[in-house]
Design a protein around this ligand. Structure first.
Ligand code: PLP
Length: 383
């Protein structure tokens, strides 16, 4: 039996660290707290389609891992990650195993790079609009975010998502990547190349990753979230050894080691060739969804609305006439059963209120036409 005795009201605020006021709530995650996603047509989140998860293979995969590794799979593991997975990633990307650190997914990759590199008052350069999870991390270390430029004081690092950017879906050309490397060399700073969507290409030609153009100054972040399942929280950093060494020390206090069973499952999935077989199915599923969304936008959107044509990833980006405010429009859309993310949330200064991010991986194919025609109607009524 518990007896609750409140002796004295406590002032918790005064105990929080000086970093806490810089913590930023994600408006995207707030949407998920309030809304039952299955009850509406949600183009809001970045969720992969559950149809791409290798659900039926998981029991056999777990069985194989337990037969192969026994209790080792349930034990604490090395902070750098289990050697089997590190070796497989090193050989897939053609780098020495010493340059691979496993992370508890790529969000931790962003955060641990920020933690090792940023002091309060430092700056990070990034293109706007920028991935919200990265913005949250940079701000939590009290760093400021500036546009990428050869001018002004040197940042600690430049953050980019060169392949199928979240939120716009756009891909940087080789020339743009070379220009970025030149800017990083000028500032003598690092580049954080966040690359969780790189394997999700549906059309066009693959572009050289930045880590190959400037291996001495690039921290390349990868993830199993979009090619296996995000419930397994496994990602990796490929980078210069002196930086990885600091990340390794820092990670000891963060989580001791990445989840061991998850790592062995990922290693088995990758090493057996099943990841690549499953990826073929994922690519064809997402290619159809992207093509369908593009054709529905063409069919239903009123004139004055334009959008990006991504070659991969999970998102595209809409620009509406200047007078439309997608933040104000959001509640109306939600009450009629359709959700998106207002584009201004991805701008550090909250500008560009006439834009929105649309995800095409989550809504089932058969619901997409209803959702896009509804959204087009809501926009047309607001013009
Ligand atoms: C650009 C980008 N980086 C990182 C992440 C984090 O992914 P995870 O931690 O699941 O690897 C996401 C998630 O959607 C993302 O869009």
């Amino acid at each position: 039996m518990y007896i609750f005795v409140f002796l004295q009201p406590m002032d918790y605020q005064k105990l929080f660290s000086a970093d806490v006021p810089s913590f930023m709530r994600s408006p995207v995650r707030e949407i998920f707290r309030k809304v039952d996603l299955s009850a509406i047509c949600s183009f809001a989140g970045g969720y992969p389609s559950a149809d791409t998860f290798p659900l039926s293979s998981i029991p056999a995969l777990a069985r194989t891992v337990l037969d192969k590794y026994g209790s080792k799979a349930l034990q604490y593991g090395a902070t750098q990650g289990v050697p089997e997975l590190r070796k497989l990633i090193a050989s897939r990307y053609g780098v020495p195993v010493e340059r691979v650190q496993i992370t508890t997914s790529s969000q931790q990759g962003i955060d641990v790079c920020s933690r090792v590199l940023l002091n309060p008052g430092d700056s990070v350069m990034a293109h706007s609009p920028v991935y919200l999870g990265a913005l949250q991390s940079f701000r939590s270390y009290r760093a400021s975010v500036r546009e990428i430029s050869p001018d002004g004081p040197a940042p600690k690092f430049i953050y980019v998502i060169p392949d199928f950017n979240n939120p716009t879906g756009e891909t940087m050309s080789l020339e743009q990547r070379e220009e970025l490397v030149a800017i990083a060399r000028l500032h003598d700073c690092l580049i954080v190349e966040d690359s969780p969507y790189r394997e999700l290409r549906y059309s066009g030609e693959s572009v050289t990753p930045i880590m190959e153009l400037a291996p001495e100054r690039t921290l390349h972040l990868g993830s199993f979230s979009k090619v296996f399942a995000p419930g397994f929280r496994i990602g990796w950093i490929i980078g210069p050894e002196p930086v990885l060494e600091q990340i390794y020390i820092c990670k000891q206090s963060l989580d001791l080691c990445p989840p061991v069973m998850d790592q062995y499952m990922a290693a088995e999935f990758l090493g057996s060739g099943e990841l690549d077989r499953n990826l073929e199915h994922t690519l064809s599923e997402y290619r159809s969804r992207r093509d369908l969304m593009l054709s529905l936008l063409e069919k239903y959107m009123p004139s004055g609305v334009s959008w990006t044509h991504p070659e991969g990833g999970l998102f595209l980006w809409l620009t509406l006439p200047e007078n439309i405010d997608t933040v104000a429009l959001y509640d109306k859309a939600l009450s009629r059963g359709v959700a998106y993310v207002a584009g201004s949330f991805f701008y550090p200064d909250g500008s560009h209120r006439n834009t929105m991010r649309m995800n095409f991986s989550y809504v089932p194919i058969e619901k997409m036409e209803g959702g896009i025609s509804l959204l087009a109607d809501i926009i047309a009524n607001d013009l």
